[in-house]
Design a protein around this ligand. Structure first.
Ligand SMILES: *[C@@H]1O[C@H](CO)[C@@H](O)[C@H](O)[C@H]1NC(C)=O
Ligand SMILES: *[C@@H]1O[C@H](CO)[C@@H](O)[C@H](O)[C@H]1NC(C)=O
Ligand SMILES: *[C@@H]1O[C@H](CO)[C@@H](O)[C@H](O)[C@H]1NC(C)=O
Length: 484
């Protein structure tokens, strides 16, 4: 055999190994664009989707509007494109890959399949159910795109909460410059070694403190810090926990802050429904001697919390300073009636706080019932409440928002929908000793795997208009199998 034939044989062997061992159920790109729903029509202000630059390959549609290409005719200008592609034929019921035709509809009343494109489909199963992957190829022209799903998009100003499976109203997260009372919406964690404290540059006596804060640039402005002392040992940590964040489908979500110092600063995110925290950023291992702007990107499908953790270094003079913590517009938090658990010994337990009129407040336990506790827990994504004698009274500055709460059934979706006293009105016997605390059980685990998808930037300005992100397309090439 000459060299060329050997090479060709190896290539052929290689290709056949790849195709015979690669399961598209395991290896596929992900398209998460709610606007591909057949319920989404193009209007004047919208830019259309076009798949002319789509890489040929296997894809799964993951948007909340649905994961399947419609199998009946879709009209022009649906699916946020001019020429929508639907699928002629049924979804496979077995495990084999089937050939199908995607049909571009140009609007000819006698032919809904003016432009046929060959695609393939495979049915896949995972513990949470069945899904389909499609082998797609780029369209011949623009604007033509594959449809996926048929559910309506969330109204403007609402985001889809993937965990609770409905659209929710949201509000911006309050930025924190540490100038006012407390730590804004951030909470100190209980099971760390230290608490963050606040000070002003002016107040500094030791040399390690910065003279000026970041917000005002003056010696009287405030910032948060931790520092070594006789009782604060190297390695001691202090954590601040953000309110529960949901990310918008249309803008990116970042947490922004300024820091300096000689210890370590880490940022974690933690799914609110029982998942473990994961590190998303850490400061470089060198001393930072001026306020340094930091932007940390947060990608998460389900509601989550951000944890900012400072750790003291080993030099005995270690300190970490933090100022002006804010979130970008793609991050939001839930509106009035949202609940959270505070100060508990674990996630899923603690004092119940309800959000109302820009403030978190407690609930007085008069006539509190197990059913009420179940509603709180299911609102937070747990199954039910378990009896607990532990109590976590609020600091005196916290308002009491609700009294005489009475839920008729655990099926009520939120505690504010149960009957209750007027907001802020409560019996004189209510004080923080009577704050409701609950312990929830039945944590859900997140099914979302953020692992392993290669994100390619989309080349076309048609697909990714500036200032408004319409979702994401991630293409994952098949893995290369070793040639034996
Ligand atoms: C699917 O299409 C391919 C290529 O067009 C063809 O080789 C194959 O036989 C078809 N499979 C079935 C089950 O029709
Ligand atoms: C709660 O909802 C479930 C299912 O939707 C229903 O079977 C049950 O009867 C409801 N319970 C009450 C007390 O309304
Ligand atoms: C409410 O809290 C008070 C004080 O801790 C306690 O004595 C009382 O039993 C509680 N009432 C209910 C209904 O849980």
């Amino acid at each position: 055999m000459d060299q060329l034939r050997v090479v060709r044989m190896i290539v052929l062997l290689f290709l056949s190994t790849v195709s015979s061992t690669t399961d598209p159920c395991q290896h596929h790109g992900v398209i998460n664009q709610a606007r591909r729903s057949s319920a989404a029509t193009v209007d004047d202000s919208d830019l259309v989707i076009c798949d002319i630059y789509l890489d040929k390959g296997w894809y799964r549609f993951t948007s909340y509007t649905g994961g399947e290409i419609p199998t009946s005719c879709v009209q022009p200008y649906q699916c946020s494109t001019e020429v929508p592609l639907w699928m002629d034929g049924t979804l496979p019921e077995g495990d084999d890959i089937v050939n199908r035709t995607a049909c571009g509809n140009l609007g000819d009343p006698s032919d809904c399949c003016t432009i046929p494109i060959d695609i393939r489909v495979k049915r896949c199963t995972e513990p949470s159910g069945v899904f389909y992957v499609y082998e797609l190829q780029p369209t011949y022209s623009c604007p033509m795109a594959y449809c996926a799903g048929s559910l309506p998009l969330c109204p403007d100003g609402e985001v889809y909460d993937d965990f609770h499976k409905h659209c929710i109203e949201t509000r911006p997260v309050v930025p924190c410059d540490f100038e006012g009372h407390g730590f804004c919406e951030w909470l100190q964690e209980r099971d760390d070694e230290l608490d963050w404290t606040k000070t002003t540059g002016h107040h500094s006596s030791g040399s390690v403190l910065p003279g000026l804060d970041h917000t005002l640039g003056t010696a009287t402005g405030s910032y948060a810090f931790i520092r070594s002392s006789a009782s604060n040992q190297p390695g001691y940590r202090a954590r601040l926990i953000s309110p529960v964040i949901v990310t918008s489908k249309t803008d990116t979500c970042n947490v922004n802050f300024y820091y300096q110092g000689s210890g370590t600063l880490r940022v974690y995110k933690k799914g609110y429904h029982g998942s473990r925290k994961s590190l998303v950023w850490r400061s470089p291992p060198i001393m930072v001697t001026a306020w340094t702007a930091t932007v940390v990107s947060l990608v998460h499908t389900n509601p989550f919390q951000v944890i900012i953790e400072g750790t003291l270094g080993s030099d005995g003079q270690s300190a970490v300073f933090l100022d002006d913590v804010s979130f970008s517009t793609g991050c939001s938090s839930e509106v009035d009636g949202a609940v959270r658990l505070v100060d508990g010994a674990r996630f899923g337990e603690g004092r119940v706080e309800v959000y109302y009129d820009h403030e978190w407040g407690t609930i007085c336990n008069r006539s509190w019932t197990q059913t009420n506790g179940d509603v709180i827990c299911s609102q937070l994504g747990y199954t039910s409440a378990v009896p607990t004698s532990r109590q976590y009274p609020a600091p005196s500055a916290t308002p009491i928002h609700l009294d005489e709460v009475s839920c008729s059934s655990a099926n009520v979706t939120k505690i504010s929908a149960c009957s209750h006293s007027r907001w802020g009105h409560y019996h004189p016997h209510c004080d923080h000793q009577r704050d409701v605390s609950v312990a929830c059980t039945g944590e859900h685990t997140s099914l979302t795997s953020l692992c392993c998808h290669l994100t390619l930037p989309l080349p076309s300005p048609i697909l990714m208009p500036q200032g408004r992100d319409y979702g994401s397309v991630q293409y994952q090439p098949p893995p290369l199998s070793p040639v034996i």
